[in-house]
Design a protein. Structure first.
Length: 181
């Protein structure tokens, strides 16, 4: 349920920022807010504390993010008023997805045995962006030593398995099914 609510907030925010032509600016501000929320447990505890009244919470957020656009600070204030401040990170995630989608950028997670170099990421981005009719891929690289070699790429709900481990598993399945038939 909260996922659906977060999506609605993100869609409304995205629509407003598109009308104001401030999508990129708000995206940058939301990324900063996400970093602050992810790295500061005291802030989250403060916002969840039942003895701190909403006005103090709103004032604190307004002071903390005073240089941010009004649409962002108003969203934070609204979330505090509606006791939905726990949705901030989820809303940001959905907003970034909407923004990237509008720009033709797909999110991708690349699993590899070692950390990929920037040129390797760019090559993967170029190949898969073309395959998906996107402008680029936003790649998050995760090191997974169980792969033996190669890469496994997850884009949306689709997994492209070019790992040695995946190839060996497919080879094994082919041998087993050939022996059964």
């Amino acid at each position: 349920m909260s996922e659906a609510v977060a999506k609605r907030y993100a869609e409304a925010l995205f629509q407003i920022t598109q009308e104001q032509s401030s999508t990129d600016q708000v995206e940058q501000q939301l990324q900063i807010i996400a970093e602050v929320f992810n790295s500061n447990q005291e802030l989250i505890q403060f916002l969840k504390h039942p003895r701190v009244d909403e006005e103090k919470k709103k004032l604190f957020l307004k002071d903390t993010f005073k240089d941010f656009s009004a649409v962002v600070t108003n969203l934070l204030q609204l979330l505090v008023d509606r006791h939905r401040d726990d949705l901030v990170l989820m809303i940001i995630k959905h907003y970034l997805h909407l923004s990237n989608d509008a720009k033709g950028i797909a999110e991708a997670t690349v699993y590899s045995v070692r950390s990929l170099e920037n040129d390797e990421k760019q090559q993967l981005s170029a190949v898969f962006a073309k395959r998906l009719n996107k402008n680029a891929l936003n790649i998050e690289n995760i090191v997974d030593s169980s792969l033996l070699g190669g890469v496994k790429i997850k884009i949306g709900n689709t997994i492209y398995d070019g790992s040695i481990k995946g190839k060996l598993e497919r080879f094994e399945r082919n041998i087993v099914s050939a022996n059964k038939g």
